[in-house]
Ligand binder design. Structure first.
Ligand code: OAD
Length: 242
């Protein structure tokens, strides 16, 4: 990773940093990403079967089986050097805000505080507020102990709104930052993908770290191709070596 003089200065002067993360930052922990050519979750599963409200209506058991498996995996893995480096950096800055599309909770387990979770959290449940299809056998589905309502994972599915206020908080964070990082995201899923563009529009520099080029790459102020577990710590070390 070659950090030019311009970036070195930006890193050393930065005091308010916002970091948008995606599945790539958890890849080295062993959590599968979504869109990679091989092993991406959307290569092996159709989102229409496991990640829409309609899929849950038709077959809640199948959806729960998929999430129970992913939940268990997320519990078994550990945060990696990319997650840790952001925690370390946050201690050296007046303010560092993580905005994540990940539902695995690894930023929090590494020690990041006040993480904005755009797509929810796989470790939480909430009430499913739609009807189930008439033919569904709803015995043995997870239920709210108080009301008996059927529960679903508290994540955002295709076609659903983001958690209330999450995007507004993320936009406010971007607008008040003096540097933004985009790490391990294919930068195609809206509205998250609009956040680095919002920063650039306001002339806030954006550094992208990703294993492969994305639609953000050509417009990012700086971009680095490679692994988050290696490049995020290198960037943080460079910021600290003032
Ligand atoms: P994607 O799977 O779309 O993209 C992950 C990106 O991380 C890819 O561009 C990889 O090249 C890159 N990558 C993989 N390993 C990496 C590593 N070790 N270091 C750095 N980069 C690496 O995941 P997201 O962009 O997070 O939403 O996907 C966004 C949303 O799409 C997800 O939150 C999920 C999905 O549909 C919902 O489920 C609502």
């Amino acid at each position: 990773m070659v950090i030019d003089e311009g970036l070195r200065q930006v890193l050393q002067r930065a005091n308010r940093v916002v970091v948008l993360t995606g599945a790539g930052i958890s890849a080295e922990s062993g959590v599968p990403t979504f869109r990679e050519a091989q092993d991406g979750l959307w290569d092996q599963y159709d989102p229409e079967d496991v990640a829409t409200p309609e899929a849950f209506q038709r077959n809640p058991r199948r959806v729960w089986a998929w999430y129970a498996h992913r939940r268990q995996l997320a519990q078994e893995v550990e945060p990696n050097a990319g997650h840790w480096a952001l925690v370390e950096w946050s201690r050296a800055l007046s303010w560092l805000q993580v905005v994540t599309q990940n539902v695995d909770g690894l930023h929090q387990r590494a020690g990041s505080e006040h993480v904005i979770e755009l797509h929810g959290n796989i470790h939480r449940d909430r009430v499913f507020d739609g009807p189930l299809a008439a033919e569904v056998d709803d015995a043995e589905l997870p239920r709210c102990p108080e009301t008996g309502a059927v529960l679903r994972p508290d994540v955002v599915w295709f076609g659903e709104q983001l958690p209330e206020g999450a995007m507004e908080q993320a936009v406010a964070a971007v607008r008040s930052a003096d540097l933004m990082l985009s790490v391990g995201t294919s930068a195609v899923v809206q509205p998250a993908a609009s956040l680095p563009l919002e920063a650039l529009e306001r002339e806030i520099p954006v550094v992208e770290i990703n294993a492969e080029p994305t639609p953000l790459t050509p417009v990012a102020s700086w971009h680095f191709l490679g692994s988050a577990g290696e490049l995020v710590p290198t960037l943080v070390r460079s910021a600290a070596s003032g």
